[in-house]
Design a protein around this ligand. Structure first.
Ligand code: CU
Length: 357
C-alpha cells in the first residue's frame, strides 16, 4: 500500500515535469519551418528523440524529487543510511530500456541520413563554387548564376568546392548543411517542397566578410524553371559569342557595348563580394575592411601605372602593392583564377571608372 502511494506520487511529479518540458519543446520554435523533404525527415528525427528524452527526463525527475522530499534526514539524525544491496531487476531495466531507446534513435538517424543523401532517379545537378565571400552556381549547359534557382519537388544534387578556405552550405528551411572545401568536391541533396524565396548562408566562419556571404535562393515550379534555364542558356550563349568576336583586348570593350560591359562589371563586383570589404559609392557598398575605391588615380600614380593596370594588378595580385595602413593577405588572392577573362575585364573597367570617361 505504502509503495503504491509512493509510486503514484513519483508519477505525479513526473507528469508535471513532462508537461513543462513538452511546453518548452512545443512553444519555442526550435527549428525553421520546413521547405524540403530532407528537412521533414530531420524534423521527424528531432521529435522522435525529443519525445524519448522528455519521457526519460520526467521519470528521473519524478524519482529524484520524490526521494529528496520523502527520504530527507531529520536535522538531528546523524546515523548512517541502511545498507542496500541493489536491485537486480531495477538495474536490468534501467540498462536495457535506455539501450533499446538509444539504438532506436541510432536506427532512425541512419535511415534518415541515407534517405537524405539519395537524390532520386532524375536529379538536377548544380555545381556550387564558394569563395570569400560569395557563392556562384553552375547549371547544366554551363550556365553560371549568382542566384540559386531550384524547381520544386525535384531532387537537386549540389556538387560543391571552394576556391580558398572552408565554407559551409546552409539554407535553414532545407535542413541540409555541408562543408565546402578547397580541393575536394563535397555533395548534398535538397528536394524542395515549397515554392518561395530563401537565403543561402555560409555557416563556417571564413574571414572578415563571412557575415555577408549569402546568396538568394528561389524555388519555382518545374515549368517556370525550364523556361528560366533555357533563357539563361540563351543569354550565356550570346555573351560567349559576343566576347570571342568582340576582340581580345580590354580597349575594344570601351568602343561598343559599354552599357553591357558596365552591367557585367557591376554584377561581378556584387557577386564576388567586393562590397563586403570596399566602399564604392556607385554600387552603394560601404565595406570598411579595405580602402575606398572611389578615387584610385593617386594610388595608381604612386605605383607608376594607369588606373586600369593598377586595378587589374590589385585584383589579380593583391599583395603586389599593399596599401599603407592595411594588411597583406586580407584581400582574397584567388580572383585571378575564379573570374573569367570577360568578367575580369569588365570588373577592371567598372572599378577604374573607364566607362564614365
Ligand atoms: Cu564562407
Amino acid at each position: 500500500m505504502v509503495r503504491r502511494a509512493a509510486l503514484l506520487k513519483m508519477l505525479a511529479i513526473a507528469a508535471v515535469a513532462a508537461v513543462i518540458t513538452t511546453l518548452v519543446a512545443v512553444l519555442i520554435r526550435w527549428l525553421p519551418p520546413s521547405a524540403s523533404e530532407q528537412m521533414d525527415r530531420i524534423t521527424f528525427t528531432y521529435w522522435f528523440a525529443t519525445i524519448i528524452c522528455i519521457g526519460i527526463f520526467s521519470l528521473v525527475i519524478g524519482a529524484i524529487v520524490y526521494s529528496v522530499i520523502a527520504f530527507r534526514a531529520q536535522p538531528d539524525d546523524d546515523t548512517d543510511g541502511p545498507p542496500i544491496h541493489g536491485n537486480t531487476r531495477l538495474e536490468i531495466a534501467w540498462t536495457v530500456v535506455p539501450a533499446i531507446l538509444v539504438i532506436a534513435i541510432g536506427i532512425v538517424s541512419a535511415v534518415v541520413l541515407s534517405k537524405n543523401a539519395d537524390a532520386g532517379r532524375n536529379p538536377l545537378h548544380v555545381k556550387v563554387f564558394a569563395q570569400q565571400f560569395a557563392w556562384r552556381f553552375e547549371y547544366p549547359g554551363g550556365v553560371r548564376t549568382d542566384e540559386l534557382v531550384m524547381p520544386v519537388h525535384r531532387g537537386v544534387k549540389f556538387e560543391m568546392t571552394s576556391a580558398d578556405v572552408i565554407h559551409s552550405f546552409w539554407v535553414p528551411q532545407f535542413g541540409q548543411k555541408q562543408d565546402v572545401l578547397p580541393g575536394v568536391t563535397t555533395s548534398i541533396v535538397v528536394t524542395p517542397t515549397k515554392t518561395g524565396r530563401y537565403t543561402l548562408i555560409c555557416t563556417e566562419l571564413c574571414g572578415l566578410g563571412h557575415a555577408t556571404m549569402r546568396a538568394p535562393v528561389r524555388v519555382i515550379q518545374q515549368a517556370a524553371f525550364n523556361s528560366w534555364l533555357s533563357k539563361q542558356q540563351a543569354a550565356s550563349g550570346e555573351q560567349g559569342g559576343g566576347a570571342t568576336t568582340g576582340g581580345t583586348t580590354t580597349g575594344a570593350t570601351t568602343t561598343g557595348g559599354g552599357g553591357a560591359n558596365e552591367a557585367l562589371g557591376s554584377k561581378v563586383f556584387a557577386s564576388s563580394g567586393c562590397g563586403a570589404c570596399h566602399t564604392l559609392t556607385k554600387t552603394g557598398s560601404d565595406g570598411q575592411v579595405g580602402p575606398k575605391l572611389d578615387d584610385l588615380a593617386p594610388a595608381a600614380q604612386k605605383a607608376g601605372k594607369s588606373v586600369g593596370d593598377y586595378v587589374r594588378q590589385s585584383i589579380v595580385d593583391p599583395n603586389a602593392v599593399v596599401v599603407s595602413g592595411y594588411q597583406p593577405n586580407v584581400m582574397p588572392q584567388t580572383f585571378g583564377q575564379s573570374l573569367s577573362k570577360d568578367e575580369l575585364n569588365a570588373l577592371v573597367d567598372y572599378v577604374s571608372g573607364e566607362e564614365a570617361q
